[in-house]
Design a binder for this molecule. Structure first.
Ligand code: MG
Length: 423
């Protein structure tokens, strides 16, 4: 028996605000998390991903690490049309149809559903509702919670039979546009059984659902730490607990990382800084530690690197420390002609003494000339090296002031800097 997984990921993500399948959660796109679970499931022979029109190249790149045979098909404008496209593309005798936005699906759940499969019976995973439930027709009525379950995916069916049901529905003009799962369609002709779902198998619908994920990660951390700090003990303890399932979804975080993070009690601080210097002839122009050719340079007691000055003030501000005017008084002769990269090292030492480290920075440079665009990669590289942070965590934009004001008249260059510092 050949089994195909069909992952529906062609929705418009209207409530999320952007294509949620490509949204990075803990450093990994949601669609990759989802597909990886099926890739790791020993029972799955192929994976069909229903994607938005014209997006195959980007999806193929994101999913390039997947080992299971993978095909793409363009989804329809609603769920049932996407399902039909997937059923037509799949080759399996049986199919597991899954919401791409349920990226926490565990291999154990997939295998539990597969083990319950039979030719005539569809399989759906369900979990108990944690809320009280009411029906709100003419008479509001509380429902018996023990008989009510919440339905999840993946749901498993005989591929050809499900396709026939859909074709018949369409031929008879049945409105399926509000369909939210396939079990309800299957049940019009064949029996359904349920297996236990997984409370972690949540669906990402809103951006705030991603925050819930972060919160649940924190809960796992607390649970782990309450049980002791030994990784060996944790591993042993985890083998018989639901926490192991939760951890499978934390792809970018190892057990050691989690316990370390909790022990250190990480705090994030934000800081802002601003600086401006006069542009004059016969001075070097140095921005972010990079010297660039220009007929003018910035005037100051030090090398007048306006970018590093704004950045230093942002770093100091994040820890409520006095600004660079206090740290390096311009009246002190030792700072005459000072190299700002050396001053920055002193600021980083002040942070290190307080166990603080820069995490990310965002910088805006205001200059009419020179055109800074070609130099931005060099400045990013310089600041990333100076701070010891990934280049992906250094954001730099440059703007003119459209000829307005003293910057527009090329009398000066200014800079804003914002940083996040981890303690
Ligand atoms: Mg300055």
């Amino acid at each position: 028996m050949k089994i195909s997984a069909i992952v529906l990921s062609s929705g418009e993500s209207e409530r999320f605000g952007e294509n949620k399948m490509l949204y990075s959660l803990a450093g990994e796109p949601i669609i990759l998390k989802t597909v990886k679970a099926f890739d790791l499931s020993p029972s799955i022979d192929e994976i069909v991903v229903c994607i938005p029109s014209g997006s195959e190249e980007s999806y193929r790149e994101i999913l390039k690490s997947v080992k299971t045979p993978l095909t793409f098909t363009t989804g329809g404008k609603n769920r049932h049309l996407s399902t039909i496209e997937g059923l037509l593309k799949a080759n399996g005798d049986m199919v597991l149809i899954h919401d791409g936005a349920r990226c926490f699906v565990a291999v154990e759940l997939i295998e539990r559903i597969v083990s319950a499969l039979s030719e005539d019976t569809g399989v759906i995973p369900v979990i108990a509702s944690t809320d009280s439930l009411v029906s709100v027709g003419d008479n509001l009525k509380y429902l018996e919670r023990k008989n009510i379950k919440c339905v999840q995916t993946p749901q498993a069916f005989d591929r050809v039979k499900l396709l026939e049901i859909y074709k018949d529905c369409i031929a008879s003009g049945k409105d399926l546009s509000n369909l939210t799962d396939n079990g309800s369609v299957w049940q019009t002709r064949y029996p359904l059984i349920y297996v236990d779902g997984d409370i972690n198998n949540k669906k990402i619908t809103y951006k705030s659902d991603c925050l819930l994920y972060t919160f649940s990660k924190k809960e796992v951390c607390e649970d782990l730490n309450n049980q002791g700090n030994s990784d060996i003990y944790l591993n042993d303890k985890l083998s018989n607990s639901g926490i192991r399932n939760s951890l499978k979804n934390l792809n970018s975080i190892s057990l050691t990382d989690i316990s370390t993070e909790k022990k250190e009690g990480i705090t994030l601080k934000i800081g802002n800084g601003y600086d401006m210097h006069e542009l004059v002839e016969n001075r070097k122009l140095i921005l972010g530690g990079v010297t660039m050719p220009h007929n003018k340079g910035l005037l100051g007691v030090s090398d007048a690197d306006v970018v590093l000055h704004a950045l230093m003030d942002a770093l100091l501000s994040s820890l409520s420390l006095p600004d660079i005017g206090h740290q390096f008084p311009p009246t002190d002769p030792q700072y005459q002609g000072a190299d700002s990269t050396v001053l920055l090292k002193t600021v980083l030492e002040l942070l290190a003494e307080r166990n603080a480290k820069p995490q990310s920075v965002s910088i805006t440079i205001l200059a009419q000339k020179p055109k800074l665009f070609p130099y931005i990669p060099l400045i990013k590289d310089s600041i990333s090296t100076l701070l010891g942070v990934s280049i992906d965590n250094v954001g730099i934009s440059a703007t003119t002031t459209e000829g307005l004001g003293l910057i527009g008249r090329e009398e000066g260059i200014a800079c804003y800097a914002t940083c996040i510092v981890k303690i």
